[in-house]
Design a protein around this ligand. Sequence first.
Ligand SMILES: Nc1ncnc2c1ncn2[C@@H]1O[C@H](COP(=O)(O)OP(=O)(O)OP(=O)(O)O)[C@@H](O)[C@H]1O
Ligand SMILES: [Mg+2]
Length: 339
Amino acid sequence: MSPIIEFDDVTKVFESPSGPVRAVDGISLSIEPGEVFGVIGYSGAGKSTLVRLINGLERATSGRLVVDGDDVTRLTEAQLELKRRRIGMIFQQFNLFRSRTVAGNVAFPLKVAGWPKADRDRRVAELLDFVGLLDRAHDHPEQLSGGQKQRVGIARALAAQPHILLADECTSALDPETTQDVLRLLRKVNTELGVTVVVITHELDVVRSIADRVAVLENGRVAELGTVFDVFTRPTADVTRRFVGTVLHDRPRPADLDRLRRTHDGCIVTAEVRDGSTLGAVLGSAGELGVAFEIVYGGIGTLQDRSFGSLTLALDGPDAAVDALVERLRAVTPVEVAS
Ligand SMILES: Nc1ncnc2c1ncn2[C@@H]1O[C@H](COP(=O)(O)OP(=O)(O)OP(=O)(O)O)[C@@H](O)[C@H]1O
Ligand SMILES: [Mg+2]
């Protein structure tokens, strides 16, 4: 199967008073049909520019970008306009029409596309049923909670039966519980309707709740890309480690390490924990080597139903014995020795 979205060395440069900004800088990546693809990055990383390139709201400065069968860098404005109608998009601030009812909001793109009223009404009812808001059809957006507003946004985005749904920080205005509700609905959009979903966020929790694969963006470039599990359990880029730290708090910061060195004798080491790692068995052999250990820091969490995290240990004993234990740990998991 060929990718539904394919970036091939795509660059977007904005001119600004302080000089050119490379918001997207030579990105190549492929998104497969039917996947939920996460894009994570801190503010200014280029996430919104990336989605706006996909639906043609921005034009690439260079490179090739194929979206659902068309190279969007070569389409005319009129062709892009039509293309955009076939790509769903939801936003952080929902972007609903305050003057229209819930049904009116969902019907709007169908009206623009010239659907007859009877067809429109049928489709709107079907969509509101899908997002669980059929009984709110005649309400106005201000009568709804944030989560319900986003459900309307999703219904509207799906109206014209898009193959792709783009979600730019779509849960950033919601509390954690409502966030999970909306993410569950996006999962349902993906599994029941087969829509490819691209989720843009600065929150690792969002990506790990919903995405199959993830690209970590920094300064307009892909710092890391892979399955959510691989990227976040074995981060190779500093930016990825920062994201992991925000949910797990498992690794001691430099100030924590200073304190641990003051309060514990011996060597401070941090060992990764993953499903199936046999850390316990190795630590069980510490006594026979003449090493005493204490667990002084750490955190273990779950990602895609598998454990990951790290434990920091103070190892106390003769140098050669401590080295031998570190070697045994290294044989089963990555280990960092604090200098
Ligand atoms: N129209 C524009 N003109 C000039 N610079 C722009 C424009 N749009 C974006 N930029 C710059 O491009 C870079 C990437 O911006 P972008 O909005 O894509 O980041 P982001 O990852 O979505 O950030 P945030 O998390 O804050 O939404 C930033 O440095 C931004 O200032
Ligand atoms: Mg943005």
